[in-house]
Design a protein around this ligand. Sequence first.
Ligand code: GLC
Ligand code: CA
Length: 548
Amino acid sequence: MLNSKKNWWMNSVIYQIYPRSFQDSNGDGIGDLRGIISRLDYLKKLGIDAIWLSPVYSSPQDDNGYDISDYRGIDPVFGTLKDMEELISSAKALGIRIIMDLVLNHTSDEHQWFIEARKSLFNPWHDYYVWRDGKEGSPPNSMKAAFGGSAWEWVPEIGQYYFHQFSLKQPDLNWNNPQLRRELYDMILWWMDKGVGGFRLDVIDQIAKEPDQMITMNGSKLHSFIREMSEETFQKGDLVTVGEAWGANVENAKLYSNPDGSELSMVFQFEHCTLDQKVDGKKWDLAPLDFMALKRIFSKWQIALHETGWNSLFWNNHDLPRIVSRWGNDGVYRIHSAKMLATLLHGLQGTPYIYQGEELGMTNVKFSSISSYRDIETVNMFKERKEKGFSEDDIMKSIHAKSRDNGRTPMQWDKGQYAGFTTGTPWIPVNPNYEKINAALQTRDPDSIFNYYKKLISLRKEYDIFVEGAYSLLMPEDPQVFAYERKCLGKKLTVICNFFENEAYIENSADISDMALLLCNYGEAEPLKKLRPYEARMYYTDRDSHAL
Ligand code: GLC
Ligand code: CA
């Protein structure tokens, strides 16, 4: 059995901050490190253990910092290295660790390595990136970049194409080059020396690309690269390491998160996030959520990784729309559905993530014009689909449902101007609902979503069944209720959620006799024959005669 005492991150809850949108301290309209420092008390109150910080390194900000031009520098829009050191130590004083976002698949085209690399074929840094000759005046093959257009960009001065899986300004690194790998490891060790608590590894499944084979994810050398990196760096400290992997499946997830510690602490995979798009379509090709598939997929991961790996539990991040708008209800049932979604997720095995504002039930935004959107993926998709003849209405519908900017509008602190985020003009407009949905209101309301999350976090600390219990799905055929139990050494936790707006009638429900009600999003629970809209309950016993 996994030893939760050894791995602090197993009963931890991680809070993700998107620095640009969290808190501005100097009135330039962009969130920054001093802003985060000023809000640490809020996070302490919530009870989280660690902060995952989206990138704050030097960057031209083509992809909001996921295009790094100096891994050892802090971008002036966010502050200075001194501010970063202060954030690490102030957080530490509150028992909060800082997890840095490591983007190792690519750099910015303004990184010194790339500036050198594109000078000549014989430059010592040339081989740090992925270059190919063209084929009769065209790119080497038809591979496409995630943010639109070809994945190959021509550099006329040297007569070669470089490979980029994301924007033009994000050239892919060549992990086959041992010297490049060494430089990356040295940089990681340098950050470890600064006292960071861990790393989130951006698109880690894409570092071992094999473009000649048209392979981006899960290249044949992927796990040997990760093992080498882990041995040279992470294993020298008591860190949490999280691998972002859209290409993960339950089999390779056991490698990424092998309990022997040879790779990473956990995998951050997205299988559930693709359940509301057309089969064979992109995320923009909207379809209703396949709820039965959601039950199936969560259950598959829970069972497959039990004692053989470790998963991240999340609904949201900076690339995803707001869950309460996506699969909850951001109208009359906003509060109940936000709490239901939280209950369902936090009862599972794995490490829960809360994305800034999720604990307030922040919603998607519907800007009427494309000019209010900032995200490179959204803006490029708008252009591309217009050219292909999609109607503007259809495109905006997809953007309102799925744009990454839904999660990037400023954090809603209070009902003051710009929601208390900035005294200047915010880099992206504030969601107009900030007067009703904000932290100031919720921290003082005992029934708020904020205080419900706080309760869920404290339950995870109090009961070890959250870390250890073995999962089984209850009522698998029920088209409306998501219910499951977790069992371990005579202890049992049962979670029952009505995922929809209609009342749910339960006939042969879970056996909750002799169990204590830990939590209900309606306060008091009624007999378990009927669940109210989006009702969620959590029950517990430590005297379960049937549990192993
Ligand atoms: C990851 C990040 C995303 C970024 C991309 C390229 O998916 O989460 O925000 O655009 O990688 O770095
Ligand atoms: Ca600022």
